[in-house]
Ligand binder design. Sequence first.
Ligand SMILES: N[C@@H](CC(=O)c1ccccc1NC=O)C(=O)O
Length: 221
Amino acid sequence: MTRFIDVSHQIVAGMTTYPGLPGPVIDDHVSFEASQRTYAPGTEFNITRISMVANTGTYLDMPSHRYRDGADLSDLELEKVADVPGVVIQAPGREVGPEAFDGVDVAGRAVLVRTGWDRHWRTDAYGAPEHPFLTEAAARLLADSGARLVGIDSVNIDDTSEDAKGARPAHSVLLAAGIPVLEHLCLLELLPADGFRFFAVPVKVQGMGTFPVRAFAIVGD
Ligand SMILES: N[C@@H](CC(=O)c1ccccc1NC=O)C(=O)O
């Protein structure tokens, strides 16, 4: 039997995804009440509006998030984000180095790094500099081995502590290789180690380099 496993966070008005960035504002553009004058009695509609920074909820980074001439959301090939064979890597420590991928065939796959940091989602601890991240060497290994998509259940795929001095090697290496990056995944413990198909498709907006996705896996056939 086919099962769908949702590994994306819910987007809620006012919530913080990334410390320092504003939370989404969700309101009515046309309320049910206001729409009534347009329609027959008993017929009404609601059109809402969301105002948010692109880095909200569980989102995908495209090369143009990092590089001025990089591919944006409208350039994204669906092969990179839909029906991709997935693999989950267990990585309980803070630094996820290349050894975490020893013996794992990552070529052509969505590589999802499970650190467990999603347990802190919507608490102050979530954005703390101690969050887990991928090292530059790990990012190079994944790029050189042909990973199709790389995701993590942490606040950032890079080290954002003062030690990093503002460098973002995981973003830099993966996005330079044309590998989209997913951040703020959750519930990766619900997935099998492999044998699932993964989906994380954003909308097709020209000129934007990041956007929320509904990230989910299909298990079984
Ligand atoms: N994901 C990127 C970019 C980022 O978070 C950011 C970029 C410009 C301005 C603000 C940012 N984040 C929080 O304030 C990073 O790792 O720093």
